[in-house]
Design a protein around this ligand. Structure first.
Ligand code: HMG
Ligand code: MG
Length: 298
């Protein structure tokens, strides 16, 4: 029933930090990413090359990307909204570009200041040029289970945009429950539809844990055959352009559950807890993950 192994994509340094009021210094970001690189994670999204006025917490993306120590076997990714962001990535030692788009017209406009129609050609040119420069490209689709502005989302619209983004050449799509509204029933319904058209290996799931349903949604995704999950250490995070959005499913809670289910991740949970303690201290408040709380009370 369960897969033997899953891939964890750590998005803490990007999704986790982008919404934090406390500015984490470049030195500490680099230190944290270097620690994460030594936990057995094979994928880390390290920053965003977006406008610093829109996301001040990641205004030092170039410095972060330049100074991290690259560990063999780890893919280092960064979020990129347009050509301007891509120019900076090409000069950096980032391996992979993540492009992003929302299924909700209003969220897309609030997040990147453009309609979906006007965003698609921009993504196409970013994807083409990134690939020409030897970078792999992953895509995010946001608000697939619901939008803070528009409410319910049509799964037909999700399918259409998956089609367009795969056609444009992303190798994988991460389906974002941006505001953490999804339930296992919704996950099953959406994946049943999408997996009629695409193989399960083409999707990652990106659950925010706003209403505490993220781990339940992971189980529903595993049952549908998904084996790639985005998560954020300690449960850090949220989208600043989605009011009320809170962090991703906590990497440490996810690992605790998967390892106890004999599902292999290749990540050392003990080492991960140490790096969670480091970033928790820098953030200056307890993070939301449960397994970290248990560790802190030991
Ligand atoms: P805009 O204002 O429409 O940009 O912002 P523009 O193209 O009109 O340019 C205006 C100025 O910005 C120009 O400078 C550009 O050079 C500059 P000026 O000539 O005025 O001096 N500019 C840039 N500067 C730095 N980096 C760039 C860049 N692009 C233009 N890349 C823009 C459009 C996309 C830039 C802006 O809306 C933006 O940065 N948005 C990012 C929002 C964001 O990062 N949101 C969070 C990430 S998405 C998320 O969290 C969801 C996800 O986790 C999945 C899920 O949970 O569902 C992925
Ligand atoms: Mg997110």
């Amino acid at each position: 029933k369960w897969p033997q192994a899953v891939t964890i994509k750590e998005v803490g340094p990007r999704d986790g930090l982008q919404n934090e009021k406390t500015f984490i210094s470049t030195k500490d970001k680099v230190k944290w990413i270097n620690q994460l690189s030594r936990t057995g994670l094979s994928y880390i999204e390290v920053t965003s090359f977006v406008h610093p006025k829109w996301i001040p917490a990641l205004a030092d993306s170039e410095q972060v990307a330049k100074n991290i120590l690259r560990e063999k076997g780890v893919t280092y990714a960064a979020l990129v909204p347009n050509q301007k962001g891509l120019e900076k990535v090409i000069e950096s030692n980032i391996d992979e570009v993540s492009v992003f788009l929302s299924v909700s017209e209003t969220h897309n406009k609030k997040n990147i200041n453009k309609s979906i129609h006007d965003t698609l050609p921009i993504l196409k040119s970013v994807i083409d040029d990134a690939k020409c420069s030897g970078k792999s490209v992953r895509g995010y689709l946001s608000t697939v289970f619901g939008c803070p502005y528009e409410g319910d989302i049509s799964y037909g619209d999700v399918l259409k945009l998956c089609d367009e983004l795969f056609d444009m050449g992303v190798y994988e799509l991460s389906l974002g429950d941006t505001i953490g509204v999804a339930t296992p029933k919704q996950v099953e319904d959406l994946l049943t539809l999408l997996l009629k058209s695409f193989p399960a290996e083409k999707f990652a799931m990106h659950f925010h844990n706003t209403r505490g349903t993220a781990l339940a949604n992971v189980i529903a995704s595993l049952e549908a055959g998904i084996t790639i999950f985005d998560s954020s250490l300690g449960g850090l995070g949220g989208c600043p352009y989605a009011p009320g959005a809170s962090g991703n499913v906590a990497t440490d809670d996810l690992l605790y559950m998967l390892h106890k289910m004999d599902i292999h991740t290749g990540v050392d949970l003990k080492e991960l807890h140490k790096t969670a303690a480091f970033i928790q201290e820098k953030i200056g408040r307890p993070l939301s993950s449960h397994s970290l709380l248990v560790e802190s009370n030991k």
